[in-house]
Design a protein around this ligand. Structure first.
Ligand code: NAP
Length: 320
């Protein structure tokens, strides 16, 4: 079907790179799923700190983003239509996922089958939309890369954030001892999430508390990353979400390093949904805004001083 023949939908669109104000709510043609895609009716889609960077054009070369651009890399919704090659997702399934190229800030989005999985049954759609990218990043770092074992100790910086909040809970669910850092306002939250030790980085140097840890998760970079190498025991690992660990520092301390790059993975999403339904991890939703407040949501995302996730509500929760 040609684009001008397709039914129209609402979408938050950027036709130019720039500040959040370039985003406009428009009527655009609804996407059509390819053979390997599902069309999802979006109920909610969350906000990520990387959104303003994507919008600025920074990722155009690195990740192949292009204009016009519809943000929205975390979605929860209902499968409306399936391509002929799909084997797992069915029309009517309640799903959540991470569409790699965005598009979630709209009434409909297409996802590859490997980008989405059945939504955790214990969460509503707004809560489920707060999960995919943050939880996948934490899961892939702690489980796939660090292979965190029961009894090991992990230092998680920014434990109150979109990634860190999941990392603290996943660390505890894997039987590890978790030391987590955040500012004063988020100390109680770190405890609620299950951190064994909560460090207020505005008052205490984390090096004074965390020593000989098995792993560090760093979503902050710069000085925080630079000071992290020295707290890891020989053979341990420093993982950063925002920088490549310095090879000279790794060699000096006899440790390993990894720059984490999250990817969509339906199997990981299924395992995460099981942990959520088992009551082991939960998302932190701090604010729910209507789709029409997308610009405000993007402005907030640029601050890096959030707790949990801000979610855009695209449609009412389906009944039943
Ligand atoms: N590489 C990847 O695949 C990948 C994937 C996801 C995210 N990311 C990136 O990772 C970063 C974090 O993402 P996010 O969603 O967790 O962000 P977020 O929700 O904005 O959380 C950032 C957290 O960092 C804390 N923080 C700020 N300065 C700190 C410091 N000096 N020491 C310790 N904690 C500090 C903040 O807590 P306070 O307010 O209490 O300070 C906040 O909770 C972003 O830059 C994002 O773009 C990368």
């Amino acid at each position: 079907m040609r684009a001008d023949e397709r039914p129209k939908m609402r979408a938050v669109v950027a036709h130019d790179y720039g500040a959040p104000e370039v985003l406009k709510l428009e009527q655009v043609p609804r996407p059509e799923p390819n053979d390997d895609e599902a069309l999802v009716r979006v109920i909610a889609s969350s906000v990520n700190p990387a959104d303003p960077l994507t919008l600025s054009g920074k990722y155009a070369k690195e990740f192949g983003t292009h204009l016009p651009l519809i943000p929205g890399y975390d979605i929860a919704g209902v499968v409306e239509k399936t391509g002929t090659n799909l084997t797992r997702l069915k029309v009517g399934d309640a799903v959540y996922g991470y569409p790699t190229f965005g598009g979630g800030w709209a009434d409909y989005v297409t996802v590859k089958e490997w980008e989405a999985a059945k939504k955790p049954q214990s969460l509503n759609f707004v809560e489920a939309a707060a999960v995919p990218m943050g939880a996948l990043t934490a899961w892939q770092a702690l489980v796939d890369v660090a292979k965190l074992q029961p009894g090991q100790t992990i230092l998680i910086h920014g434990g109150s954030g979109g990634v860190g909040g999941f990392a603290v809970q996943i660390g505890k669910a894997r039987g590890a001892r978790v030391i987590a850092t955040a500012s004063t306002a988020n100390q109680e939250l770190l405890k609620q999430l299950g951190a064994d030790v909560a460090v207020d980085y505005t008052k205490t140097k984390f090096e004074d508390v965390a020593k000989d840890v098995d792993a560090v998760l760093d979503p902050v970079g710069k000085d925080t990353l630079a000071r992290s190498y020295g707290v890891v025991k020989k053979g341990g690992i420093v993982m950063s979400l925002v920088a490549r660990p310095d090879p000279a520092e790794l060699e000096k301390h006899g440790i390993r390093g990894a720059g984490i790059s999250v990817h969509a993975d339906a199997d990981d999403l299924t395992e995460i949904a099981q942990l959520i339904d088992a009551g082991k991890i939960k998302p932190i939703v701090t604010e729910v805004l209507p789709l029409t407040d997308a610009v405000k949501a993007q402005q907030q995302a640029a601050t890096h001083h959030t707790r949990g996730k801000v979610v855009l509500r695209v449609a009412d929760e389906p009944r039943g």
